[in-house]
Write a protein that binds this ligand. Structure first.
Ligand code: NDP
Ligand code: MG
Length: 387
């Protein structure tokens, strides 16, 4: 029986992880859950999966939840302290980091220190603190198992291969809802348009990140840390049907790819049972009806999330943190309809230009760079409600 903790259990990845647990009650047991504010769903999850501990962000929500589950044997905790407590729970063997944003850094680091394997969905953590996390994981003999579909695909392609023989990583992208559009078109798109992803159903933040292609930019940096390759060895390829989840080209010219229907349960399950594969119900690729698999070159001049990410990654130090924090802040404002789509790029770019880089930032310096970014944006931008 593998004991698992899930940070972000009420979200898109979190609920799909619990679906997998539901199908594997003999093999998987939930020991810890953590959510932001959806205490109604968290209560249901506590009743169904009976974890030892559950964390919510605000203490007032924790107090309400304690009353809601007073008939159950579960400890309810709150704040960053609670999140960390849930992450490092003695019984956890593997921690699924399905929380959204940089808030995942500290619990992830604490879990690695406590020797927990990490099934990593929370890419913002690797983007900002990859240099710390990968080093620490090696030192603590902990596995970082990718949940992001592209990185899982690469990980699957590398099974049994020598990673020193990688020539390049071909990271696929759907291109999002605005694929093929120009800047003039992007200037007038609305929130509802950005939330219509053609192939994947995901949380709101990552859905907007897919529309800006900031998501692909974050994934380039994520891949660099996970697979120890240079940024120049990662090529983004638009594959509109999301059938090829990513590819690896080796030194002899061979290209290996992982294909499948777009379903996040596959990479989540692969991380939970690695190195074994288990039956997963769901649709299979049908090569008789699959008309074609197309490829396109992305346009980084229009989808500037990609070019800004490469710039942040190449410069390194605290700049990826600024890129990520500016994006988190801007996307939150876009989701409230207080800025326009292209303002997301403007905000990121302004912050990156104004930031004084810190080399090899510590966790405190990463958090300080995040704070600097938020304050800088607040001092430069007015956020009016547009309606
Ligand atoms: P969602 O927005 O659907 O879920 C986010 C989760 O994080 C929710 O459970 C939310 O809780 C929780 N959360 C938010 N703030 C806090 C907090 N302060 N303390 C504790 N929990 C908190 O996001 P996704 O599931 O889409 O994404 C999660 C991560 O996985 C992101 O990093 C994303 O980039 C990555 N990812 C997601 C994919 C997907 O298909 N969805 C694919 C690949 C990567 P609540 O709702 O209760 O407030
Ligand atoms: Mg992805």
């Amino acid at each position: 029986m593998k004991q698992i903790g899930i940070l972000g259990s009420t979200g898109s990845i979190g609920t799909q992880t619990l679906e997998i647990v539901r199908n594997h009650t003999e093999e998987l047991q939930v020991t810890a859950l953590a959510a932001g504010s959806n205490i109604e769903l968290l209560e249901q999850q506590i009743r169904e999966f009976r974890p030892r501990i559950a964390a919510v962000w605000k203490e007032e929500n924790a107090a309400t939840l304690r009353t809601m589950v007073r008939d159950m044997d579960v400890r309810i905790v709150s704040g960053m302290e609670g999140l960390i407590e849930a992450a490092v729970l003695e019984q956890n063997e593997i921690l699924v980091t399905a929380i959204v944003g940089m808030i995942g850094i500290q619990p992830t680091i604490a879990a690695i220190r406590a020797g927990k394997d990490i099934a990593l969905a929370n890419k913002e953590t690797l983007v900002t603190a990859g240099h710390i996390i990968m080093h620490l994981a090696e030192k603590c003999h902990v596995r970082i198992l990718p949940v992001d579909s592209e990185h899982s695909a690469i990980f699957q392609c590398l099974n049994g291969e020598n990673s020193r023989e990688i020539d390049k990583i071909l990271l696929t992208a759907s291109g999002g809802p605005f694929r093929g559009r120009d800047t003039a078109f992007l200037s007038s798109v609305r929130l509802a348009d950005a939330l219509k992803h053609p192939n994947w159903s995901m949380g709101r933040k990552i859905t907007v990140d897919s529309a800006t292609m900031v998501n692909k930019g974050l994934e380039v940096m994520e891949a660099r840390w996970l697979f120890g390759v240079g940024l120049e060895d990662i090529q983004v390829v638009v594959q509109p049907q999301s059938v090829i989840h990513s590819m690896v080209q080796f030194q002899d010219g061979a290209v290996l790819a992982q294909l499948g229907t777009p379903d996040m349960k596959l990479p989540i399950q692969y991380a939970l049972f690695y190195p074994e594969r288990q039956f997963l119900p769901g649709k299979r690729l049908d090569f008789d009806t699959l008309a074609s698999i197309d490829f396109e070159k992305p346009d980084p001049d229009v989808f500037r999330g990609l070019s800004l990410a490469y710039q942040a990654g190449r410069t390194g130090g605290s700049l990826p943190t600024v890129f990520n924090a500016a994006n988190e802040f801007a996307v939150a404002r876009f989701l409230e309809e207080r800025i326009r789509f292209l303002d997301i790029y403007r905000i990121i770019e302004e912050c990156m230009e104004a930031h004084k880089k810190v080399e090899h930032p510590s966790v405190d310096e990463i958090l300080a760079a995040e704070q600097w970014t938020y304050e800088y944006i607040e001092s430069r931008w007015k956020f009016e409600y547009s309606h």
